[in-house]
Each structure stands twice: as C-alpha cells, then as structure tokens.
Ligand binder design. Structure first.
Ligand code: MCN
Ligand code: MOS
Length: 762
C-alpha cells in the first residue's frame, strides 16, 4: 500500500471535485520516488528472459538447450517440451473453457517474435547469454505477412459489427453528388515508457505479482485460473504504472512463464521484456483499411453512407479494430450501411490502443466529409453543422448530452476559422504552404460497477481504499478530491491507497470508464461514512454536538458543526477522540442492492457487468472537434503541425487540470499517428522491422505545437453519478483526419493512408 502526500497547490477549492489539484503521485514519479514493478529488490531473485521465434509460421521441431543449460548461472530452460500444467483462463467477458490446457510457450508458431522458450539464471546477463546458445529447429509453413498480401484473402465478416438502416445503396446511387475513398492506417504500437514485465514470488500456494496493470482484479483472476489456486491466494500489486494506453489490461504469456518459473525454482523471479519484445508479446492497434462512399445533395445534405472496412487480426484469435465505430453516429443520415471484416495474418493478436475502433473510424469518415466539402465547394465546418445529428440514428435513442455543435462553433471561434480561404494552396507564408483542417471525434460512455472503502481515522485523516489503477490519468488525485469534498477537509488530509487486487473491487482503467465508475463508489462510501459519523455525533452521549439539538451537521473548512453555528465546531480528529473511536470504516459498491459474493467477484474480475453507451434510455458519448494548422515546405514536403485548437464535450470535469493533460496527451498521440507512427513489416519473414523506440517514431517536444483545449461540456448525470463522461481516449480520436485535412488544404494532395510522410506529398 502506498500513501500519497499531495503537494500544496493553489487555493482550497482546488481540492474539491472540479478543482485543479495537481497530481498526488506526480512528484514521486518525477523524482524517482515511485517504485515500479521491476524495481522491487527481493531477496534471492532469479532472472528470466524470453526466446522468441524467428520464423512467422510453422512448428518447433526441437529445442537444443544443452549448451544453455551448461552456461554459467543458468537455473532453468523452458521450452514447448515442458508441460507447465496450466489451464486456460477466462476471457474478458468472464467466460472460460473447461479444463483446457494453456501453453504460454507453444510449439505451433503463429508469428515472428512469438515467445517459445525462456531461460532463468542468477543474473539477467547470464540469462541473455544462455538464451543466445539455444538452438531451435523449425518446420516452416507458408505465412501471410499483412492483409495486403494476396494470400490474405478477404477475411471474415464480423456479423456483430454489421449495421445499417434505410436503403443505403439505392440512396447513394440516386444522390446527385457522390464521393468515394479508401483510407488506411498501419499497425501502431503503445510504446509506453515503462516496458512490460513483472516480479513474482510464491509463499506456498499464495502468489504475489508486482506487475504494471490497468486492472488489478482482472489480472489477478487470470493468475488464479492458470495455476488453479483460489482467487484470494493471488495478490497483484501495481501502485505506479509508466503508461499503459490499453496494453496493460490483461495478464499475458510472459506473466505465466515467470510465475511458473518462480514456483518451480522456489525463488522470486523477475522477467522484463526487452523493447523489441514489447512489439510482439502483445498486440498494438491493428492495421485497417476502409472504403467510404457518401451520397449528398448539391447543397450538402447527406443522403447515404456506405462503409466497408477491414482490419488485421491474428491466425488464432479475432480482434476487430472496428473501422465503422464512429461512422454511424457522427452525422445525420437516413440511409446507412456498414460492414467490418477481420483478416487473419501471421502477427500477434492486436489489442486495444487508446480510442480503439473510434480512432481509425474517425480517420475514414472525417477525411471523407472534407473530401465531400471540397467537391461541393462548401466550408467543411458548415457541412458538418448542416448534417448535425439531432439524435443517435443507429440506436434511435436521444443523446444524453451532445455538445458537438458547441465544440465545432467555439473551437472554430478560438481557432479563427472564419479567416480561412477555401481553395487548397491558397494560404502561404513564403515557401511554406499553410493549411487548416477539422476532425471530429467521439468515444462511448461505458459504465461499470465499482467498490470503495472509506476509513475515518482518529488522527482526523480520511483514507480512500480501492484496487483501482492510476497509470497517470489522475485516479489518486480525483479520489482524494471527492473524499475531501464530502468531509469538507483539505485534500492533504486524505490518503489514497490503490493498485492492489486485495483492495476493494474496481472497474478497469480502460475504455475511459474508470473515473466515472470509481467516483460513484467513492462518493457513495464517503457519504455513508459521513452519515454514520453524523449519527454518532448527534446521538452518542460523549459527543459535544449531541446537545445542539440539530438533526444534521455541516462539514466545511475542516470543521464539523451544527447548521447555523449552534454549539461548538470540531475537527474530525477532535470528534473521533470525543467519541472514543479509533476508526470508522465503510465499504460500498455500486452494484444493485443484494448482489451476491459471486456476482461481486464477477463484476470486478470480468467485463460481464459493463454497460454500453446505448443500454439505457439514452445514447451517451464524449465528443470533440479538433482544428489543426499545418505548415508544409513546398519543396521538401515536410509537414509541421503548427497549431491545434480542440473543443471537447466530456460532461462535467472532475479535475480540469488533469483533463486538459489527458486531452493534450491524446492529441499528441494523434500527431504521431498522423505523421510518424507505422509498424513496418518485412514481407519475407513477417518481422516487425522498427521494433524499438529509435525507429518507431513518436512525437518529441519539438514536434508538438501549442495546443489549446476548450471544454464545452455540461454535467451529464445519466453518464455517471457525478456527471462526467469519459476523457482518457476521446482526445486522440479525430486528430489524424484534422491533420490530413489540413495537409490537403495546404497542398491540394489528399493522403488517405497514414502516416503522412513526405514522399507521399512530393
Ligand atoms: N477525468 C476528469 N473528469 C472526467 C473524466 C475524467 O477529471 N469527467 C480525468 C481524471 O483525472 C481521470 C482521467 O481524466 O483520472 C481519466 O479518466 P477516464 O476518462 O475515466 O479514463 P480511465 O481512468 O478509465 O483511464 C483509462 C484511459 C484509457 S482507456 C487510456 S488508453 C489511457 C488514458 O486513460 N491511457 C493512459 N489516459 C492515459 N494517461 C496516461 N498518463 N497514461 C496512459 O497509459
Ligand atoms: Mo484504453 S485503449 O481502453 O486502455
């Protein structure tokens, strides 16, 4: 457990919900005071490293480990010949095949860079050296390197992602104006600063895992199921995470290998993935392509959208990167048809990366909308406002709140959009072409049950306790603000304990659902604890507040008193002392009353109880509009993003400082997606060529311009207990098309395949 000491900042209202409190754990992270999963100095550590396949498809015939086993310091070599005796764990939904063996080091090779052996030694250097001595013989099979290979075929249609209404083909054919384009995005990777890895230790049949995690409870469940031990016997600890962006939501094969080795050796084991291994041990964003056809009237009223998309998946699991995720909800259209396919290739199964689905989807539809605007000679802002969706045409439900119109108009105002001249190549500064473009974005509101414990201590401090995760978004901080507000105390009187699967159950820090979900639980528990304290203070004969005759108490400025200052006022610690209480502890969850232990376990360790955006009466989403300015060198085709203004509707903001940082972080990732990021695959062997941070380019400070962010949201109490909508992911959605649209405006060249590199412009 970790106790956070916030730095004092600004005035007291910063420490309440809606305040601009700085990050509780920020100081620790930047001063080296935060301990990460690979930094626990356990006694007797052994070091594991993975050996990966060098072919993209086939079978391991034999592994000759003789030399490796004889090398200095080597304790163990694991290969496909070893039956680790593990069982397959549940999937995200909490479903589990019965008694199916799990092979984290499989004989069947499905992709280049798949883990097939592991070496454990006294030191990491010895393990690395021994791994070099392992000799693997393969039987190769033909492979499909990417979904652009002819051998890849068309893939399979995902029925669950097929949607439509009206008669899209007929309306398209009848529309006086039509545009059509194919848009594609490459493989993209999380490249979080902190690589994956873990430290793991057994005590009898109990296991402790220090591992960066977006979901302590969900990952603990996988360990318990792999090893056939009770859930209670697993403790997954993850108080600090150096970025996850979707990659740290699930326990992975390397975790199983390290845990197995630790048990077998009777020693704690540390396993760190190398940076290249971080490109193949789990999947990034799948490569996508989509064809969009839009039919419209001469004056720009949409008549039909026909969308056909595809994304890469692996040969052993289906992961759809839904290219049609944003298409149906951004605009008003009476005739719509969308279909998505997955195409198996020899690569690791892709995964969630900030804004999954919505992100590539927005690249398609938002590029296409501007293509239509130029074809019609209409201002792209005007075209969007003309086709504003007054309700969700897909679900037929009203929006809970949708301030996209305000985002567009207020963003345009702040950007100075009205000064734009419409024609491409019409704005320049000497040899520099200037272009402006818009991209809208959206992300659904997901809601999950959560649990939290509040402890009021005799020393007047309040503890907030939850197994929830802070990977940098600000969970520690907003939980403290919520409790501080309920008890009317300064925020530095609150301690927050997070990141431990032994602590109360929580939603995943994923799908931008944690803040709204966990604050509901914290607020409920804190209010209940306050009510209990009020009850004691008014009724206990030892209480100085008993004789006030009041029927409630106020909590403010760190003091508790009867309303209208009747009688004394006490601090929390004075009241606790007067009552003779050491502690008041309250646990609350947001499940329906009477949920069984089994249902609770299911709620914290699976996605079974997560509510989608249209499961209730309304359709609930966050929204944004990005305005980008680019400057393109006319001779060299180099693109600089020189300015971004983005306006967001994320409902109520629990902490605007942190929200602005989330939005900016997403926008910066969007700049990378637009101009730099691209996982390159060697067609001959299916290998990711640029599997390191030197060659897989992400934006540096020099690539990032001034970014102005604006909130246009209003509280949405349908979306969450405290009125906020999701913040963490929507920021990246729509940035890449805004930049692509700006590049078109600057140069007259439409780049439909990301990233926009200079050779595509000259
Ligand atoms: N917040 C707020 N008001 C709201 C909603 C959120 O003040 N109405 C602020 C809070 O500071 C909260 C943060 O925004 O902690 C994010 O809240 P939310 O949108 O609920 O997202 P989650 O807490 O579920 O975080 C996950 C989300 C996802 S899915 C990815 S991917 C992502 C992201 O957060 N990865 C991140 N932001 C990240 N930020 C950092 N630093 N590192 C990552 O890996
Ligand atoms: Mo975020 S990609 O849902 O962790």
């Amino acid at each position: 457990m970790t106790i956070m000491e916030p730095r004092k900042h600004g005035d007291a209202s910063d420490g309440t919900v809606g305040g601009r409190q700085t990050r509780f754990e920020g100081n620790l992270k930047v001063t080296g005071g935060a301990t990460y999963a690979l930094e626990y100095p356990l006694e007797g550590l052994a070091y594991a490293i993975l050996v990966q396949s060098t072919i993209p498809a086939g079978r391991v015939i034999s592994v000759d480990a003789e030399k490796a086993l004889a090398a200095p310091g080597v304790l163990m070599v694991l290969t496909p010949d070893d039956d680790l005796g593990l069982l397959v764990a549940s999937d995200w939904g909490g479903n589990r095949p019965e008694n199916q063996p799990y092979y984290p080091l499989p004989r069947q090779v499905q992709y280049n860079g798949q883990s097939i052996a592991a070496v454990v030694a006294e030191s990491r250097e010895q393990a690395v050296e021994a791994a070099r001595l392992i000799c693997i013989t393969y039987e190769k099979a033909p492979h499909v390197a990417s979904f652009n290979d002819t051998a890849a075929g068309e893939g399979k249609v995902m029925d669950s992602l097929t949607s439509g209404w009206g008669d899209a083909e007929a309306a398209l054919a009848a529309a006086p104006v039509q545009i059509e384009g194919e848009y594609s995005t490459p493989r993209e990777y999380h490249v979080a600063m902190e690589p994956h890895g873990l430290t793991v230790k057994w005590d009898g049949d109990r296991i402790t895992v220090w591992e960066p995690s977006q979901w302590s409870h969900g990952m603990a469940r996988s360990y318990s199921e792999w090893f056939g031990i009770p859930y209670e016997n697993v403790r997954l600890i993850s108080p600090f995470i150096g970025g996850g962006f979707g990659s740290k939501g699930a326990a992975l094969a390397h975790g199983a290998v390290a845990a197995f080795a630790a048990r077998k050796l009777g020693r704690p084991v540390k396993l760190a993935l190398t940076r290249p291994q971080n490109f193949t041990n789990y999947g990034g964003r799948a490569a996508t392509r989509q064809r969009i056809k839009i039919g419209a009237t001469e004056d720009g009223i949409l008549q039909a959208i026909v969308h056909r998309g595809a994304s890469e998946t692996s040969t052993y699991a289906d992961w759809p990167e839904q290219t049609g995720a944003a298409t149906p909800i951004l605009y008003k259209v009476e005739n719509f048809s969308s279909q998505h396919r997955v195409v198996p290739v020899n690569a690791v199964t892709p995964g969630a990366l900030r804004g999954p689905g919505k992100n590539p989807s927005a690249f398609g539809i938002e590029s296409a909308m501007e293509e239509l605007a130029y074809k019609l000679g209409i201002d792209p802002l005007e075209l969007r406002l003309k086709n504003y969706a007054d309700h969700d045409y897909q679900s037929g439900k009203p929006w809970s709140t949708r301030r996209l119109r305000e985002a567009l108009t207020e963003g345009a105002e702040a950007f100075g959009w009205s000064k734009r001249s419409h024609e491409p190549r019409s704005m320049r500064d000497g040899k520099t072409l200037i272009g402006w473009g818009i991209g809208c974005g959206t992300f659904p509101v997901l809601q999950a049950p959560s649990e939290a414990m509040i402890r009021i201590l005799r020393n007047g401090r309040v503890e907030v306790v939850s197994g929830a995760i802070d990977m940098g978004q600000g969970t520690y901080t907003i939980l403290a603000q919520t409790a501080a507000e309920v008890f009317g105390i300064p925020v530095d009187q609150v301690e927050v304990h997070l990141g431990d699967s032994r602590l109360p159950g929580s939603a995943i820090a994923g799908g931008s659902m944690l803040a709204g979900s966990i604050l509901g639980a914290v607020h409920k528990a804190a209010t209940a604890a306050r009510d209990e304290l009020i009850g004691l203070a008014l009724n206990d004969e030892k209480s100085p507040l008993r004789d006030t005759g009041a029927n409630t108490l106020t909590f403010s400025g760190g003091r508790i008193a009867a309303p209208r200052d009747q009688g004394p006022s006490l601090t929390l610690s004075e009241l606790m002392a007067a009552l003779g209480r050491d502690e008041i502890e309250i646990l609350r969850n947001t499940l329906p009353e009477g949920a069984t232990a089994q249902e609770q376990h299911q709620a914290w360790t699976s996605m079974a109880k997560v509510q989608g955006p249209t499961m209730g009466e309304y359709s609930m989403h966050s929204w944004c509009a990005h305005f980008a300015e680019v400057r393109v060198d006319e001779d060299f085709g180099t693109v600089r993003v020189s300015r971004i203004v983005s306006a967001f509707d994320c409902g109520r903001l629990y902490n605007p400082r942190l929200v602005e940082s989330q939005w900016r972080g997403g926008i910066i990732m969007g700049i990378g997606q637009a101009l730099l990021e691209e996982g390159l695959v060697d067609q001959r062997n299916g290998r990711t060529v640029n599997n390191n941070m030197g060659d897989y380019l992400v934006p540096t400070n020099a690539d990032v311009p001034h970014i102005e962010v604006i909130s246009v949201g209003i509280p949405d109490y349908g979306a969450s207990a405290l009125g906020g909508k999701g913040v963490g992911e929507v920021g990246i959605v729509g940035v890449a098309p805004a930049i692509a649209n700006a590049v078109f405006h600057a140069t007259g060249k439409r780049v439909r395949d990301l990233p926009i590199t200079l050779e595509k412009l000259i």
